[in-house]
Ligand binder design. Structure first.
Ligand code: SF4
Length: 471
């Protein structure tokens, strides 16, 4: 099929499959854990089609950027990266593909932006990548896009290639039906659909058997909406705990509007179910929450936090907050500050509002909080949260925790960095035998006594080996 063609969203492209002889692909990932997972899926799909992954884009025949669209900054990052790659691509004639949410969100507009892009593929189009790439290989002037969202695609039968280490992720559902007014996800990842339990269980068993994975995080935009045949999120987690040997189970993210009590009881009753919940607040003002279409009030959220802390007293809570959403007054912002003081989260991801195309807010509400006001509110919120996190972490000094070692510490290679079941980062020096390297401790469980704390990290001494270690 010679010449330049672009396929409109919703159109299937049929290109003859030519398995390339050891073409090399470089994949770079931006954004959330779902994107990391999807890059693993893409790698798995492309390896089956004969591509080999390389770790330097200068060596690649294909460069794939798996992108995020959650904020304008995420788009700018990709534009800058593409410009910086352009020269190198000239020498190697590598093709460039834009995958993921930004491709889905901006679509064929991206081809008109004067950037070096050959291919666009949205999050539900990855199975067709080898065919699309085969149609382009060696044809410098050809571009193609495939941006059809699916109501059923869960990549259930494809197991992603995940990086080595004791932690792994498993996607249990894709898309979202909530349409919060600030959020682009339902437009870039499509409607909600859940993956069948059997491949989820198989994937976790495989991660344990083949990669010695100790901890799995279940991923979804809205995990507590999981629904497949007779299974809901709680019964899925119950099966994972009963039918796999995974030592630690986590999930992210649930929606506060439908958090089942049975899930809290299951978490409270199992040592393997980590006592950590990421519960996105977004705003502490009921009026702003209504404009955001979050379907809970400040009072509902506070009641849920009480219920969680009553059922799982040792739980660590983290959250997401947006300041400067459309029409946010100073009084509404102060309600968020008060809410943060009242709940005292262990950790928070904090942002100022960034308008996204296609969303409900973009269609109906002016982005009317001045940029300088957004930045000042964000700064105040970050300062408050940092002081709360510091106090909470300092209150843990002297206590001991089981820590799963994940990697050498970035600051000191003689130390390991790991996490407690509550998700706190801990840096500590393991006691090694004469023939052991510090890195041999990665993937092991240690008992660590906490000796110091910053707002982000705990520091401790190895106090022993845990029961998990002995297995
Ligand atoms: S629940 Fe709301 S914020 Fe979360 S992905 Fe869905 S639309 Fe976006």
């Amino acid at each position: 099929m010679p010449g330049l063609y672009s396929v409109k969203p919703g159109t299937m492209v049929v290109v003859p499959v030519n398995k390339p002889a050891s073409k090399k692909v470089y994949i770079e990932t931006y954004g959330c854990q779902m994107n990391e997972y999807d890059s693993g899926l893409v790698q798995s799909i492309l390896e089956s089609a004969g591509y080999t992954r390389v770790h330097r884009f200068q060596e690649a025949d294909w460069i794939m950027l798996n992108t995020c669209a959650i904020r304008e900054k995420a788009h700018e990052k990709i534009y800058n990266r593409l410009r910086s790659m352009e020269g190198e691509r000239g020498r190697n004639k590598a093709h460039i593909g834009i995958l993921g949410c930004m491709a889905q969100n901006l679509g064929d507009e991206l081809f008109a932006a004067g950037l070096p892009i050959d291919l666009l593929a949205g999050p539900d189009s990855y199975r067709q990548l080898p065919d699309l790439m085969a149609g382009i290989n060696g044809q410098p002037q050809q571009t193609v896009s495939l941006l059809q969202l699916s109501r059923t695609e869960t990549y259930s039968d494809i197991y992603p290639l995940q990086s080595e280490g004791p932690l792994a992720f498993t996607t249990i559902m894709r898309g979202c039906d909530n349409f919060c007014s600030f959020c682009v996800v339902p437009y870039t990842r499509g409607r909600e659909r859940s993956r069948s339990p059997e491949p989820i269980l198989h994937e976790i068993r495989k991660l344990i058997a083949e990669q010695d994975v100790q901890e799995v995080t279940l991923l979804g935009q809205n995990v507590n909406s999981y629904s497949f045949a007779d299974f809901n999120f709680t019964t899925l987690c119950e099966r994972i705990l009963n039918e796999t040997a995974i030592k630690r189970l986590r999930f992210t993210s649930p929606h506060p509007k439908d958090f089942p009590l049975e899930l809290l009881e299951l978490m409270a009753g199992s040592d393997r179910f980590c006592s950590q919940i990421h519960l996105p607040l977004q705003s502490g003002s009921s009026a702003v929450l209504a404009r955001m279409r979050r379907e809970y009030t400040r009072a509902d959220f506070l009641q849920l936090v009480d219920r969680i802390r009553h059922t799982i007293p040792q739980v660590n809570l983290s959250t997401d907050v947006i300041v400067g959403f459309c029409g946010e007054t100073e009084a509404e912002f102060q309600e968020t500050m008060d809410c943060m003081r009242e709940i005292r989260f262990d950790m928070a991801y904090m942002f100022h509002y960034s308008e996204r195309k296609h969303t409900g807010a973009w269609k109906k509400m002016p982005d009317d909080v001045a940029g300088s006001v957004k930045l000042r509110r964000l700064q105040e919120l970050i300062e408050l949260q940092n002081s709360i996190a510091l106090e909470r972490n300092q209150s843990l000094v002297g206590r001991t925790f089981e820590v799963l070692a994940e990697r050498p510490s970035k600051r000191d290679a003689r130390q390991l960095m790991g996490r407690t079941a509550g998700g706190k980062s801990v840096v500590f020096a393991p006691i090694c035998g004469p023939d052991q390297a510090v890195a041999d401790g990665i993937g092991r469980f240690y008992t660590v006594q906490i000796a110091g704390a910053t707002s982000a990290t705990l520091h401790g001494h190895m106090a022993g080996i845990t029961a998990n270690q002995a297995e």
